[in-house]
Design a protein around this ligand. Structure first.
Ligand SMILES: Cc1cc2nc3c(=O)[nH]c(=O)nc-3n(C[C@H](O)[C@H](O)[C@H](O)COP(=O)(O)O)c2cc1C
Length: 205
Protein backbone atom coordinates (compact mmCIF):
# COMPACT_ATOMS: atom_id res chain seq x y z
CA UNK A 1 0.00 0.00 0.00
CA UNK A 2 1.24 3.47 -0.79
CA UNK A 3 2.63 5.22 2.32
CA UNK A 4 0.29 8.26 2.29
CA UNK A 5 -2.71 5.94 1.96
CA UNK A 6 -1.52 3.81 4.89
CA UNK A 7 -1.17 6.90 7.08
CA UNK A 8 -4.50 8.38 6.00
CA UNK A 9 -6.53 5.19 6.28
CA UNK A 10 -5.20 3.74 9.54
CA UNK A 11 -7.90 3.72 12.19
CA UNK A 12 -8.13 2.29 15.69
CA UNK A 13 -9.79 -1.11 15.42
CA UNK A 14 -11.54 -2.49 18.49
CA UNK A 15 -13.34 -5.61 17.17
CA UNK A 16 -11.49 -8.54 15.65
CA UNK A 17 -12.13 -11.81 13.90
CA UNK A 18 -11.33 -14.84 16.06
CA UNK A 19 -8.46 -15.92 13.76
CA UNK A 20 -4.97 -16.12 15.18
CA UNK A 21 -2.09 -13.98 13.91
CA UNK A 22 1.03 -16.02 13.09
CA UNK A 23 3.94 -15.35 15.47
CA UNK A 24 6.17 -14.64 12.47
CA UNK A 25 3.83 -11.83 11.34
CA UNK A 26 3.72 -10.28 14.82
CA UNK A 27 7.51 -10.41 15.06
CA UNK A 28 7.82 -8.85 11.63
CA UNK A 29 5.55 -5.94 12.71
CA UNK A 30 7.63 -5.45 15.86
CA UNK A 31 10.81 -5.53 13.79
CA UNK A 32 9.40 -2.61 11.79
CA UNK A 33 8.39 -0.86 15.03
CA UNK A 34 11.98 -1.15 16.22
CA UNK A 35 13.21 1.09 13.40
CA UNK A 36 11.60 4.09 15.11
CA UNK A 37 13.79 6.96 16.31
CA UNK A 38 14.58 6.88 20.01
CA UNK A 39 16.15 9.29 22.45
CA UNK A 40 19.91 8.69 22.54
CA UNK A 41 19.27 5.72 20.23
CA UNK A 42 18.51 3.75 23.40
CA UNK A 43 15.75 1.70 21.71
CA UNK A 44 14.27 1.37 25.18
CA UNK A 45 11.15 -0.51 24.08
CA UNK A 46 10.32 -4.08 25.00
CA UNK A 47 7.28 -5.88 23.63
CA UNK A 48 5.52 -8.70 25.51
CA UNK A 49 3.25 -10.56 23.09
CA UNK A 50 0.27 -11.93 24.97
CA UNK A 51 -1.68 -14.57 23.08
CA UNK A 52 -2.72 -16.58 26.15
CA UNK A 53 -6.45 -16.03 26.67
CA UNK A 54 -6.34 -16.71 30.41
CA UNK A 55 -3.71 -13.99 30.89
CA UNK A 56 -5.67 -11.54 28.72
CA UNK A 57 -8.75 -12.22 30.84
CA UNK A 58 -6.75 -11.79 34.05
CA UNK A 59 -5.49 -8.44 32.73
CA UNK A 60 -9.03 -7.40 31.97
CA UNK A 61 -10.19 -8.44 35.48
CA UNK A 62 -7.41 -6.41 37.10
CA UNK A 63 -8.43 -3.32 35.12
CA UNK A 64 -12.10 -3.88 35.89
CA UNK A 65 -11.40 -4.27 39.63
CA UNK A 66 -9.35 -1.09 39.63
CA UNK A 67 -12.09 0.88 37.87
CA UNK A 68 -14.67 -0.50 40.34
CA UNK A 69 -12.52 0.51 43.27
CA UNK A 70 -12.02 4.00 41.80
CA UNK A 71 -15.77 4.30 41.21
CA UNK A 72 -16.44 3.41 44.87
CA UNK A 73 -13.99 6.10 45.98
CA UNK A 74 -15.34 8.76 43.63
CA UNK A 75 -19.00 7.81 44.13
CA UNK A 76 -20.23 9.75 41.11
CA UNK A 77 -21.97 8.77 37.84
CA UNK A 78 -19.91 9.62 34.74
CA UNK A 79 -21.41 10.38 31.33
CA UNK A 80 -19.67 7.51 29.59
CA UNK A 81 -18.85 4.17 31.16
CA UNK A 82 -15.06 4.15 31.76
CA UNK A 83 -15.03 0.37 31.38
CA UNK A 84 -16.26 0.68 27.77
CA UNK A 85 -13.12 2.64 26.87
CA UNK A 86 -10.79 -0.10 28.00
CA UNK A 87 -12.38 -3.46 28.70
CA UNK A 88 -12.68 -4.60 25.08
CA UNK A 89 -8.93 -5.16 24.69
CA UNK A 90 -8.95 -8.66 26.19
CA UNK A 91 -11.08 -9.88 23.26
CA UNK A 92 -8.30 -9.08 20.77
CA UNK A 93 -6.43 -12.25 19.73
CA UNK A 94 -3.13 -10.54 20.48
CA UNK A 95 -2.30 -7.94 23.10
CA UNK A 96 1.17 -6.44 23.11
CA UNK A 97 2.39 -4.85 26.34
CA UNK A 98 5.05 -2.23 25.64
CA UNK A 99 7.48 -1.36 28.40
CA UNK A 100 10.17 1.30 28.68
CA UNK A 101 12.84 2.59 31.02
CA UNK A 102 13.80 6.15 31.83
CA UNK A 103 16.99 7.01 30.01
CA UNK A 104 18.91 9.79 31.74
CA UNK A 105 21.22 11.92 29.63
CA UNK A 106 23.98 14.30 30.69
CA UNK A 107 21.36 17.09 30.56
CA UNK A 108 19.13 15.28 33.07
CA UNK A 109 22.11 14.71 35.35
CA UNK A 110 22.99 18.41 35.15
CA UNK A 111 19.45 19.26 36.20
CA UNK A 112 19.58 16.77 39.10
CA UNK A 113 22.93 18.19 40.27
CA UNK A 114 21.43 21.70 40.05
CA UNK A 115 18.76 20.57 42.54
CA UNK A 116 15.79 19.79 40.29
CA UNK A 117 13.50 17.01 41.52
CA UNK A 118 12.67 13.94 39.42
CA UNK A 119 9.21 15.41 38.79
CA UNK A 120 10.71 18.71 37.62
CA UNK A 121 13.24 16.98 35.36
CA UNK A 122 10.48 14.88 33.79
CA UNK A 123 8.27 17.95 33.32
CA UNK A 124 11.06 19.90 31.66
CA UNK A 125 12.33 17.09 29.49
CA UNK A 126 8.89 15.71 28.52
CA UNK A 127 9.81 12.03 28.96
CA UNK A 128 11.91 11.27 25.86
CA UNK A 129 11.53 7.56 26.62
CA UNK A 130 7.74 7.74 26.29
CA UNK A 131 8.02 9.81 23.12
CA UNK A 132 10.31 7.11 21.70
CA UNK A 133 7.84 4.38 22.64
CA UNK A 134 5.11 6.37 20.88
CA UNK A 135 7.14 6.47 17.68
CA UNK A 136 7.61 2.70 17.82
CA UNK A 137 3.92 2.06 18.46
CA UNK A 138 2.93 4.26 15.54
CA UNK A 139 5.34 2.32 13.29
CA UNK A 140 3.74 -0.90 14.50
CA UNK A 141 0.19 0.30 13.87
CA UNK A 142 1.02 1.62 10.40
CA UNK A 143 2.80 -1.61 9.50
CA UNK A 144 -0.19 -3.61 10.78
CA UNK A 145 -2.62 -1.54 8.73
CA UNK A 146 -0.52 -1.79 5.57
CA UNK A 147 -0.71 -5.60 5.88
CA UNK A 148 -4.45 -5.68 6.44
CA UNK A 149 -4.51 -6.09 10.23
CA UNK A 150 -6.28 -3.85 12.68
CA UNK A 151 -4.84 -2.50 15.89
CA UNK A 152 -5.41 -0.03 18.66
CA UNK A 153 -3.11 1.80 21.04
CA UNK A 154 -4.32 1.77 24.66
CA UNK A 155 -3.25 3.57 27.79
CA UNK A 156 -6.62 3.41 29.58
CA UNK A 157 -5.85 -0.02 31.12
CA UNK A 158 -2.80 1.53 32.82
CA UNK A 159 -5.06 2.73 35.62
CA UNK A 160 -4.08 -0.74 36.89
CA UNK A 161 -0.43 -0.39 35.87
CA UNK A 162 1.21 -1.83 39.04
CA UNK A 163 -1.18 -4.81 39.01
CA UNK A 164 -0.57 -5.44 35.28
CA UNK A 165 3.19 -5.10 35.74
CA UNK A 166 3.14 -7.74 38.48
CA UNK A 167 1.07 -10.12 36.35
CA UNK A 168 3.30 -9.66 33.29
CA UNK A 169 6.59 -9.64 35.20
CA UNK A 170 7.56 -6.07 34.27
CA UNK A 171 10.08 -5.05 36.94
CA UNK A 172 11.96 -1.79 37.66
CA UNK A 173 13.74 -0.04 36.02
CA UNK A 174 11.17 -0.99 33.38
CA UNK A 175 7.60 0.19 33.48
CA UNK A 176 4.58 -0.46 31.31
CA UNK A 177 3.96 2.37 28.83
CA UNK A 178 1.04 1.15 26.70
CA UNK A 179 -0.88 -1.82 25.36
CA UNK A 180 -1.49 -2.50 21.71
CA UNK A 181 -4.42 -4.71 20.69
CA UNK A 182 -3.94 -6.49 17.38
CA UNK A 183 -5.92 -8.81 15.13
CA UNK A 184 -7.78 -9.23 11.88
CA UNK A 185 -10.16 -6.32 11.65
CA UNK A 186 -13.84 -7.28 11.79
CA UNK A 187 -15.07 -4.02 10.22
CA UNK A 188 -14.02 -0.97 8.25
CA UNK A 189 -13.87 2.23 10.23
CA UNK A 190 -15.11 5.34 8.36
CA UNK A 191 -12.73 8.26 7.88
CA UNK A 192 -12.64 10.62 10.83
CA UNK A 193 -12.59 14.41 10.87
CA UNK A 194 -9.03 15.62 10.80
CA UNK A 195 -8.33 19.15 12.02
CA UNK A 196 -7.48 21.43 9.07
CA UNK A 197 -3.81 22.07 8.41
CA UNK A 198 -4.10 25.84 8.99
CA UNK A 199 -5.52 25.17 12.46
CA UNK A 200 -2.65 22.94 13.54
CA UNK A 201 0.29 24.85 12.08
CA UNK A 202 2.00 28.18 12.42
CA UNK A 203 5.12 29.46 10.75
CA UNK A 204 7.87 31.55 12.23
CA UNK A 205 9.65 32.88 9.14
C1 LIG B 1 -1.64 7.48 23.68
C2 LIG B 1 -2.96 6.89 23.22
C3 LIG B 1 -3.76 6.22 24.13
C4 LIG B 1 -4.98 5.63 23.72
N1 LIG B 1 -5.72 4.91 24.63
C5 LIG B 1 -6.86 4.32 24.23
C6 LIG B 1 -7.61 3.51 25.14
O1 LIG B 1 -7.27 3.34 26.30
N2 LIG B 1 -8.73 2.91 24.69
C7 LIG B 1 -9.16 3.04 23.38
O2 LIG B 1 -10.18 2.46 23.03
N3 LIG B 1 -8.46 3.81 22.48
C8 LIG B 1 -7.33 4.44 22.88
N4 LIG B 1 -6.60 5.19 21.98
C9 LIG B 1 -7.07 5.34 20.58
C10 LIG B 1 -7.69 6.72 20.33
O3 LIG B 1 -8.96 6.78 20.94
C11 LIG B 1 -7.77 6.95 18.82
O4 LIG B 1 -6.49 6.95 18.27
C12 LIG B 1 -8.47 8.26 18.47
O5 LIG B 1 -9.81 8.26 18.88
C13 LIG B 1 -8.41 8.56 16.96
O6 LIG B 1 -9.02 7.52 16.23
P1 LIG B 1 -8.25 6.64 15.13
O7 LIG B 1 -7.04 6.01 15.81
O8 LIG B 1 -9.26 5.62 14.68
O9 LIG B 1 -7.82 7.53 14.01
C14 LIG B 1 -5.40 5.77 22.37
C15 LIG B 1 -4.57 6.46 21.45
C16 LIG B 1 -3.37 7.00 21.87
C17 LIG B 1 -2.48 7.71 20.85
Amino acid sequence: MEFDKVVRERRSIRRYKKDDLPDSEILSLIELASHAPSSGDQQMWHFIIIKNQEIREKMSRLVSQKIDSLARQVNEKFQSDPKKIVMWFSRAPVVIAVSTFKYRTVLDNMLFKAGYSEYEVDSLRCRPDLQSIGAAIQNLLLAAHSRGYGGCWLTGPLVARPELEELLGVKPPRSLAALVALGWSDYISPPRNIRPIEEITSFIK
